[in-house]
Design a protein around this ligand. Sequence first.
Ligand code: GDP
Ligand code: IMO
Ligand code: MG
Length: 423
Amino acid sequence: MAVDLLLGLQWGDEGKGKIVDVLTTNYDIIARFQGGPNAGHTLEFDGIKHVLHTIPSGIFHKSAMNIVGNGVVIDPVIFKKELDNLKKFNLDIKSILLISRKAHLILPTHRLLDAASEAAKGKAKIGSTLKGIGPTYMDKTGRNGMRVGDLELSNWKEKYRALANKHEAMIGFYNVDIEYDLDELEADFFAAVEELKKLTFIDSEEYLFNAQKEGKKILAEGAQGSLLDIDFGTYPFVTSSNTTAAGACTGLGVAPNKIGDVKGIFKAYTTRVGSGPFPTELFDEDGETMGRVGNEFGATTGRPRRCGWLDLVALKYAVQINGVTELMMMKGDVLSGFKKLKVCTAYNYKGKEISHFPYNIEPENVTPIYTEMDGWAKDLTQMTTADELPPALNAYIDFLEKELEVPIKIVSVGPDRTQTIYR
Ligand code: GDP
Ligand code: IMO
Ligand code: MG
């Protein structure tokens, strides 16, 4: 059986959590392959709104196994909070959640290093989620990291101490004022590690290999979005992992020729949280309306998300890099009531019209070129079938399909599981 992928195509927060939850009924296994608690994946059903950070979004379906893959970075403290928040749902977590031994651990000092690095950058800061993501992946690639499997060794605390001591010296190097009580942070960390150790650690690549042989259906859940990819995103304003399709191979140990459908998810407009260029960003009433109606606040940090029109230059680039085979358009309902909609179909780049995503999209180089389309007034949130969708929305969808050359299979019209229209 092939492994299907679900990936965000913009700057994150496209609605991955909702769609993975919806799709889980079709899968036996949901596997996260990268990122960590910088992610905030929101699910809504039965009047409940729930945000997951590290735990895969299939967790509410008792029928599915959820795997945290080797490419993920885990903060035991946040993980424990996530587990505590799930207690009220009476799930048998130990039997539906497995953790890769090769996943790296976020130490309290990784979080401090993230804060120190951001403070030292001043105005040039990345606007990271301050969850220690960058420093943890730096230790991974620098071959200094601690992995989940290390917790099974009797001397893991010695390894921890050596790394934490090094981090403390590095924090000093940044020469910035950050206050912390490491004893307190460590007490929380050690308590949380004990909780993590109660779960089942596996060699997830072997588990997934066998599952494929047994014909199990597997969906790999991405975090962040393609424009935050460490290689292909708007560097340096990106995260520290490969958020694109190839990341699922390295983050789970799945061979490239075993990848099946690549489901790409995007908002009907664009948002971004944190620093970095965003050509179609709006600073007017339209942007304010998108933020208010779309409730655009970060699910992890609560920061307001920057909003703007759909950027087809960027979206085409993401479709291309990921080899997207089907698309899902989220939050179309948020655009109801706009008389006119704009879609960016090309950039004016240093005075020349281009339709590819260039090396540098800083505002001084790039001005978006828009195609204007009619909006629709109707409320979409109660609609359940494709034939109810208003003609102007169908025209918007047809236009995007033609430009992107990939079918839009799902149109989401609200945050709830049930507000999902198949085409
Ligand atoms: P993720 O990180 O990709 O899982 O997305 P987030 O959960 O961070 O952000 C998406 C937000 O939009 C969440 O608050 C969802 O509940 C909400 N959402 C998802 N789909 C829709 C939709 O079609 N319409 C509306 N109005 N909200 C949606
Ligand atoms: P989900 O999975 C949106 C952004 C941060 C910052 C940059 C680097 O919910 O879509 P990091 O903490 O990773 O070092 O921050 O990436 N960022 C996200 N933005 N959604 C996310 O995840 C994000 N994860 C990181 O705001 O600009
Ligand atoms: Mg999110």
